[in-house]
Design a protein around this ligand. Sequence first.
Ligand code: PMP
Length: 518
Amino acid sequence: MRLSKYCCAVAFGVHCASAFLLPQSKQHPKFGSANVVVLQESGRVEWDAERNEPPQTSESSFATESAGEATERLGLNSAPTVWTEFGRIGQENQVVNLGQGFPDWLPPEFAVESLVEAAQDQMNSPHQYTRPAGHPNLVQQLARRYSTHMSREIQPMTEVAVTVGASQALYLTLQTVIKPGDEVVLFEPFFDLEEEGVITGGEWVLEPDMLKKYVSPRTKAIVLNSPHNPTGKIFTRTEMEYIAEGLEFAGPHCIVISDEVYKYIVHSPPKQVAKDESPLCRGHVHFASLPGMWDRTITVSSAGKTFSATGWQVGWCIGPQRLISRIHQLLPYVQFCTSTVSQEALARALPRADLPYKGHDSYYDFLMDRYTRKRDLLANALTTAGFAVPDYDQTPGGGFFILARIGSDIANAIPKERIMAANPAAPGGRARMDWALCQWMAEEKGVLCIPASPFFSTESAEAGAADGFIRIAFCKTDETINNAAEAFRAMKDAILLEQQEQGHCQSQNTTVAATMGQ
Ligand code: PMP
């Protein structure tokens, strides 16, 4: 079945964007109104003369009064999240885990070798701090690649910023772009780290003019993620043009933050090569390469998905100097630099990835082939079990998740008491159908998947928009996927058996009733 849902974009105000952790200030040029406590030479703190006593706080007021902006925004209580909750369930039960999105195999040999070589390099030891804006060897490599991707000369020192993964790239970008009261538009469902104070747009199809209903002069950024987590959607060139129109409509202060972490995993490329498609990654269009969009875009990506090395935590932002310079400025206050060893390893691995690899023209071709096979393995297992998945012969797809629709037999089989059961980790505090199914499967059927609702705004989740979907990862060994297929098949057999038994009971009851009625 082809998944398609019409855009239901809603833009909410950014509650508070400035989570850079020091209060605003009049006095200190760098730290704002933070009271600067001056240390005396002896090392004893010099107390403010007017405030000899440390302020008294009661235990009960501590929670509310001491919370910083960011903590307040995230919610004062430390309620479990989908990740902590399903992490716990995964540990407490014997499951085949298709939940979190990280590959369960080693990075390619040349990447591991690059890491070892980097670690052992006595001449240019990468074991100390490096340039906060990015290790020189890595920014050179990134600029070289992105110059080809985007058909323009990218300046390594001014148009590239290296970050701790794409997560930090998103964080820094949002911090340098938005202030309290601004609006940011996301396409729903969305990757949860992009939600940080901002909410929604639409998916799986973006209709013409839809975005214009949701942007306003207050909109400072539109967050695009293609290939998309969790749906696997690849935004078409035409949809990107709608986004460019929406951007113009919002005004010259608005930018696009384009999260492209899955760009080398386009397992089902669009049939036709799109205008401006990158010559280095088949099926992927960098939004920044659309006419006029370089100046209005920060492109975010990272090495984790491409090199099966999510733990290296090397990410980056690429964009015009006027936007990247703000990120350069903020970077050392958040993290002096990203691990130099990881950066040097990646700088060495990047040129090697272009060489022939395991019978393919390059590592990237190998990667596409590997993920296409794994997607098919999982898609077949899911359809056999009674889920619906996109028709990848028709629908372009990328990334390493399938957002599957729950079939009616499966939906009917979920124990009723599990649906809408109270659960503090679930959006809105209740386990709707997607959540109940994932929990039931993990606790009783031996396979762990992730409910769709955390990828939606709470309002949409409470309105049932995510009820019919679950997210399943296929960045797992064939053995793991086959074991999951086995668990899905056993679940389906049990459901069929139950249906047959119920049908049998029902026909017996009908016979009894008919006999009694005579
Ligand atoms: N963006 C998207 C869409 C993602 O799925 C992820 C990781 N799940 C990230 C960003 C974060 O990537 P990184 O691990 O490099 O921080």
